[in-house]
Design a protein around this ligand. Sequence first.
Ligand SMILES: [Zn+2]
Length: 451
Amino acid sequence: MYICGVSPYDFSHIGHARSYVAFDVLYRYLKYLRYDVVYVCNFSDVDEKIIRRANEFGEDPIALSGRYCQEFQKDMDDLQCLPPTHQPRVSEHMEEIKEMIAKVMTNGYAYTVDGDVYFSVDSFPEYGRLSGRKLEDNRAGGRLAVDSRKRNPADFALWKAAKPGEPSWDSPWGRGRPGWHIECSAMSAYYLTHSFDIHGGGMDLIFPHHENEIAQNCAACGPESNVSCWIHNGFVTIDDEKMSKSLGNFFTIREVTQLYHPIALRYFLLGTHYRSPVNYSISQIEIASESVYYIYQVLQQFKERALKRADLTEEDILRAIEERALARKNKEFARSDQIRTDLVAKGIALMDIGTETVWRPCVRRGQEQPAPPAQLEQSAAAVQKEPPVAPSQLKQSAAARQKEQPAASLQPPPWSCALAISKEDHDISEGTTDYTLSHQGNKYLEINWTQ
Ligand SMILES: [Zn+2]
């Protein structure tokens, strides 16, 4: 899976967050389905905006983009996006980019003018197959000045001749830097070969970026080149207006996460289908924040009940965590393991997250389950003695039993199982006193209403 990354020249905005949170969910889901996923998300660190910003600050463009790459990664960590398998930077893949341009040139799809290399869209009749645009719709004009050196105004740069104050690299066409589109073609081919499953990005990348990528890939590699599935996420709008710097309705991830928890932002972004626009407003993020708070509040209640079952206080557990940390520091691993095992036996699991250890409720394991309260044993014995109950009498009988039984909490069995049942492929038979579930003659489950 290759997802187009950011141009790191400033803090990333919530439109970026939307894209990478959506693809993080896809990545996590594919992994959950046990696919072996190679997830590549690049940094477009050789870019006009970066060069402009670096010149304004009097800073080296690669150093400036390196700084904002780190800020982006911090934002992604805050949003709990898993790190991609590879996060390549354009500046580190110049050789692959030049090799690909050379292939496009050799195959007759590109031409040079004064040290620039342009892709000739007229040489690729399928141009427009992703976006559905026709070449005549793509004629430059309007706001853009037409470069008269191009054979067709829609031709796009694969390599740009060096200009003063810009970073540049040697190439067979003179010093210069790559065009934007070729970087993703070259890096996706490097990490995933010319044929891979998923290519994604924001909806604004369909044209021209991804359209141009297809043209370059096919020009370089012919029919070998193939992306099975293109996925594009929708925009973020602010108070129902398109988010833009010029309108002043622009929020960086950092601005939002300073006031609202990053999980609230993630929750908010995932509340809408990935392809639909998401409207960001203060009231919407506050609703998301409140919802997430409610979920965590309930989780706290789960922890409180777990402490009660274990007959421990939170302080007891924190003391055990400290004791375990000390044992580990002193390399007394048998002791540290024992602390953990003892807690698991009481239904408390310790989890090491980075340098921190946290706890959560878990299934009690590793020692005999506590005997059920005397009342429950008595009551269960009494129920077993009852004659079988027909389903028609069940409602009444269950209600009656509920009255008879004191409110005793049933202990979970010392085993657990998960069943996926489909009606089509299993026999579920209803008898007078029980249900059985069988498949291909094997009986898997029997429910006896008297037990
Ligand atoms: Zn890209």
